[in-house]
Design a protein around this ligand. Sequence first.
Ligand code: 4AD
Length: 560
Amino acid sequence: MAPIYIDEAVGSDTTGNGTIEAPYQSLGVALFNHPTTTTPASFLIRKDAAGTYEEPTQSSLKKAKKTADGLEKKKKKAEELAEREAKEKGDEKERREKVLVESRKIVLEEDGTLPKPTKIGYLESLRSKRVRVFGWVHRLRQQKDIIFIVVRDGTGYLQTVLSGRVAQTYEALTLTLESSVEVVGTLQTVPEGKTAPGGHELVVDYWRVVGPAPGAEDAFTNRLNEKSDPSIQADLRHLVLRGETASSVLRLRAALLIAFRDSLTAQSLIEVTPPCLVQTQVEGGATLFKLDYYGQPAFLTQSSQLYLETCLPSLGDVFCVQESFRAENSHTRRHLSEYTHLEAELAFITFTDLMDHIEEIICNTVSILLANPTSASLIKSLNPNFITPSRPFLRLSYVDAIKWLNAHGIKHPKEDAEGNHEVGDDIAEAAERQMTDIIGTPVFLYGFPAELKAFYMKKMPQGEGETTVFTESCDLLMPNVGEIVGGSMRIADMEELLAAYKREGIDPEPYYWFTDQRKYGTCEHGGYGLGVERFLAWLANRYTVRECSLYPRWPGRATP
Ligand code: 4AD
């Protein structure tokens, strides 16, 4: 029989097999692996690569035998343990299967006196009464004989407790997150020292699954969790919306729209609904989504401003909350391809009146939200450090802003002149954001050069020796977000408007209805547009406007 080789220097007890090509490292392991060979002559051992292989001594063989016995014992123990565990697992599986079979025999009876369903948000006045609630399993904790389910129905969260028979049904034992359920029971104040949403919990006496959600592979938490990649989160936006943060943002958005409408209505503005399908541009051809409209060119609206202007002689001051579309290839955290645009237009006002009005609407809207306990608590949970902006807002002319940027060393992206800003330069998004963050409060930037702004803006009288023409325009900038409002006074004079079309290379023909406003009783007027998602990002301290839209659209993304 071939001897078994051991090389104490370079052999291996894990990969070796005792051949001369693959020797073991220790005699103990060699003995353990070959328990029937016990004579010294069966082994050849060497201490290092330079030495020669020799038979081990009797005493080293004796020592190695002890090691081999120890290893043998260990192996036996491990085998026993594995066997026991397998049996326990099998027992557990068997036990669970038995329990599940038994559980099918437990059928809960719905009694005829059950109350009508109530929404979770309205439960407070029903403490100690029996109530019935429908919702989704938001959280689930299964203990030995008791199951805690947090049910969500959109109006709130309700902790429910299942014990005894109601916790032993097949549905109870196989319940999964995001299943829809009906729960009935007595609403009890939570015991002192314990907390639950609303301060109460439902002690369930009857319940059922309305629509089960899958478990295992396809379980909700396997499809989506906090670590999911942003592109997966975007694809699964419909499931993201079930989360607490996303739904809080949307709830606050709903409250915000109501508050805006209340503020605007209180200022006697009337809401109108202008069209989305249009044949005129407002903010330049570069960001138009073009489409074929029964063989004619048409666009998705960029702004409803021109339509609002036509309402002034009919309805007086007006506003709208309408989707606007921008085909710009911007992937920034404040750009969407479709956004909710709150726009207003006011007649017989001055430029100062316009800025005062914007400030009033914003501050009043915030006050309404903070005065309402529901929206106030949403703001508090999403943006604990929110500070109500103080009035009046800082007003900084474009020319002073250029000086401010240079004084603070904030560079223009152009390559010449050491990156200093000059009058006539567009203030880039990054510079604008840096400025707002340093100032730390809302800022009106006003009086932009005409060449940077849209064709319809009213010009300021040109100062002596001034070469740049400035406009009665304003942007409202907010910390963390940047521009949230863009507004201006409009050209009221028809000839001036016709000249503006010409300068911008716009064919006046499709704008006949807009020009008519100047023809039939013109007036000084102005208005603004506010990006609802940007405002919400500021209010709720969201990193991106994408979190502030139900189903956000950005370049390349129109799903779900
Ligand atoms: O400054 P903008 O382009 O102004 C107008 O459209 C005017 N016609 C509005 C008017 O005077 N009636 O847009 C107004 C606001 C911006 O301040 C910004 O808040 C938002 O609309 N906005 C966008 N929000 C998200 N994504 C985009 N791509 C946006 N573009 C503008």
